[in-house]
Unconditional design. Structure first.
Length: 131
């Protein structure tokens, strides 16, 4: 049985509304949005047309990041955490790769409790926005 590498939920909110709500839901959980990319705008700068609304957000809880990086510097390959917000078939989808799956790739079981905590917080933020 294949492990789902991601978690996602959909909402009737627009991509912009979902990103704004996500920023607040993340802040309540001590995460901040460090950076975001508007894929259609970025591709247009490069001469490529892509009309589907799609955002990539990089988010971080600095205390959790310090904790896992202190335990294993390879965790930096997965930081900051990435969330996506995009339009699909008339709905907005919010999702992320699961931190527990990513940490499982490293094979360091000492990181799993933190990964579970981070994953739960990010999923709760997504669920709050999707309602």
């Amino acid at each position: 049985m294949a492990l789902d590498f991601h978690y996602s939920a959909s909402t009737a909110k627009s991509v912009n509304e979902a990103v704004t709500a996500l920023e607040e839901a993340l802040r309540e959980r001590k995460f901040g949005i460090l950076w975001q990319m508007d894929i259609p705008s970025k591709l247009k700068e490069k001469g490529v047309d892509f009309e589907k609304p799609y955002r990539v957000l990089e988010v971080c809880n600095p205390h959790e990041a310090k904790k896992v990086l202190s335990q294993n510097p390879m965790v930096g390959y997965f930081l900051p955490c990435k969330l996506v917000v995009y339009e699909d078939e008339g709905k907005t989808v919010i999702g992320l790769p699961k931190p527990t799956v990513l940490m499982g790739i490293i094979g360091d079981q000492g990181l799993m409790e933190t990964a579970k905590r981070v994953e739960a917080a990010l999923q709760a933020a997504i669920d709050d926005v999707a309602r």
